[in-house]
Design a protein around this ligand. Structure first.
Ligand SMILES: *Cc1c(COP(=O)(O)O)cnc(C)c1O
Length: 387
């Protein structure tokens, strides 16, 4: 059994992918070829925003978004510790300070009430009401913005997050690396905040055959800045540089592959709903040994992962072992929250600062999830979980 079955997907669209790769080989425009423009306009209209700026990875998408927001060294950026490294890493790369806020135990996304508490603590630089990173000095730090993450495919609560941000003059970046294809309150993920950032890493819901990413925005000024930053801070002319940027372009070949994958993407998102529905039917119930994911009523999850909670760490190890012996792969996202990672030791956080993230890290594990999972495979998984 596959954790994510990219082979089954390829079988479906192999000839289309080969055709599109051949077109690129024929025209030879490997950098910023016509497929890049086409993918940007297709995805902008899919998401429902005015501008889409492709780039080299989801990590670069976050970096471009933060740079476009003119984040400065020492700025405080609020985010979740229960996410992939890149979310907080890009903040630190710019010399800004990640300020972690614990998650909601149901959606695993930022807990909106705690965002308010963290902002209040930051304003007085007082870590008594809420844990703050080391070295925050009252009056010296600018509170820049919030990066919310749509973990496992469920969009965060942007109605509330955007309102809090507006009240404090903060920007909001949506880390939609896992939620492309999802929806909240009738709007597509990637378009739920000022800037949305996604990833085309092969295992993401819309994955290519290599690295890639995209930024989405309705704001023409931010879009222009991100286009410039993507190519060494380019100005009007190729050899005019108006700001410090990076080489962060998406390859034409990757865009061509993604255009082929986009053809079946809406069907795949639909299939993911059915697979998640079957899991819930098979695994949910008063005597279930695991807690299954709950999607808020106004949301559609992109189901990047189907993550369940075991009773405790020991129970998780037992269930994972049972599945492994039956050749059913599982994974743990994420075994260690970012505030406890060595890379962020300089922030001075400690165990106990974010108890919900820490509890989830001990109990969570993800089951095989992809559009080609069969009901029979899911029944086998459910039987193994029950023990
Ligand atoms: C995958 C991922 C990223 C980074 O994307 P890359 O394309 O691998 O650089 C960022 N944030 C989250 C939440 C992710 O899952």
């Amino acid at each position: 059994m596959q954790f994510i079955d990219l082979k089954a997907q390829q079988q479906k669209i192999r000839s289309l992918i080969e055709e599109k790769i051949k077109v690129v080989l024929d025209h030879g425009k490997y950098i910023m070829g016509p497929e890049v423009d086409l993918l940007e306009s297709r995805l902008a209209s899919y998401v429902g925003v005015n501008h889409a700026i492709s780039c080299a990875s989801g990590t670069d998408a976050l970096l471009l978004a933060l740079m476009a927001q003119e984040v400065q060294p020492g700025d405080c950026i609020l985010t979740t510790p229960f996410t992939f490294m890149a979310t907080a890493e890009t903040i630190a790369l710019l010399g800004a300070i990640p300020v972690f806020v614990d998650i909601d135990p149901i959606t695993f996304n930022l807990d909106v009430d705690q965002v308010g508490k963290a902002i209040a603590a930051l304003q007085f630089a007082d870590s008594a009401p809420y844990p703050l990173p080391r070295g925050v000095v009252p009056g010296k730090q600018r509170l820049g913005g919030i990066i919310a993450v749509d973990l496992f495919g469920i969009p965060a609560d942007y109605r509330q997050i955007n309102a809090i941000a507006a009240a404090h003059g903060l920007f909001v970046i949506e880390d939609a690396a896992q939620s492309c294809g999802g929806e909240r309150a009738g709007k597509r993920a990637c378009g739920l905040a000022q800037i949305g950032c996604t990833s085309f890493f092969p295992a993401k819901p819309l994955g290519g055959y290599g690295d890639g990413g995209m930024c989405f925005t309705d704001d023409a000024v931010l879009a222009e800045r991100m286009r410039s930053l993507r190519v060494h801070g380019q100005g009007q002319d190729k050899y005019e540089n108006v700001r410090i940027g990076l080489n962060g372009r998406l390859d034409t070949l990757q865009a061509a592959i993604l255009l082929a994958k986009l053809e079946i993407f809406p069907e795949e998102v639909q299939r993911r709903q059915e697979v998640a529905g079957s899991y819930a039917e098979l695994l949910d119930g008063p005597s279930s040994p695991v807690v299954v994911p709950r999607v808020p009523s106004d949301c559609l999850s992109a189901w990047a992962q189907y993550s369940v909670l075991a009773k405790d760490g020991e129970h998780r190890a037992q269930v994972q072992d049972r599945l492994r012996q039956a050749h059913v792969p599982t994974a743990i996202y994420y075994p260690k929250p970012l505030h406890l990672q060595e890379a962020f030791a300089f922030l001075g956080y400690k165990e106990g600062d974010f108890p919900v993230s820490e509890d989830c890290a001990r109990r969570i594990f993800s089951l095989p999830m992809h559009p080609y999972l069969t009901r029979a495979e899911q029944e086998q998984i459910a039987t193994l979980i029950a023990g």
